[in-house]
Design a protein around this ligand. Sequence first.
Ligand code: PEP
Length: 252
Amino acid sequence: MRQKIVAGNWKCNTNLQEGVELAKAVDTLVANEGADDVVVVLGTPFTHITKVVETVNTDRIGVAAQNCAAEAKGAYTGEVSAEMVKSTGAEYVILGHSERREYYGETSETLNKKVALALENGLTPIYCCGEALEIREAGTQNEFVKKQLDETVFQLSANDFKKIVIAYEPIWAIGTGVTASSEQAQEIHAFIRSAIAEKFGNEIAEETSILYGGSCKPTNAKELFANKDVDGGLIGGAALKAEDFIGIINGF
Ligand code: PEP
């Protein structure tokens, strides 16, 4: 079933103690006032996952890694495998974030390996796509996003594709304070859903959660989430303040 999801992406922020405090604060707010029908996910640094899993009510809040290795195991110094992530109690992994594509050279080829390993290990990939400003200005965002999907998650079997969550994140809106308008978000989300329908059929398209990411805040979440093809958000900056994060969760 298509789920409403609000996932925080803490990026490279918070030390362990700060992260645990943040997770505790989110846990309390979600327990007291979080909309029951919204799946809440915290995407923490690797170092925090085990503690955050112990800290939150995992029946209510899922924990995500922000990356995983493209190899299953072996001599890959500094890498953290999908199996390791899964063994911490995390249930999700954010893959294909534009910051990883841009700063760490992640390609479709690498991402295909990561998605496959995540799925093999029972993790739910939150798979990011989205265009840069020049592409939006040229009006070719649909073609660009379709290509990103064609080269990666559209190569999955229908059965595997059903297990993933898509996050549309226009790069020009990430961390910039500029948000896609509600119409822009709905338009491209509808396009993504139609591309999924064309590839995997209507039933799978209707069941896929497509999240919006890019300067989503408590003040704009309601308008964004009111769109029929926007199923929630992947939240960066505003996920670092529990009060803002709960405001977004309750934007539905
Ligand atoms: C993100 O990087 O996933 C993101 C959406 O960031 P922000 O909310 O800070 O724009």
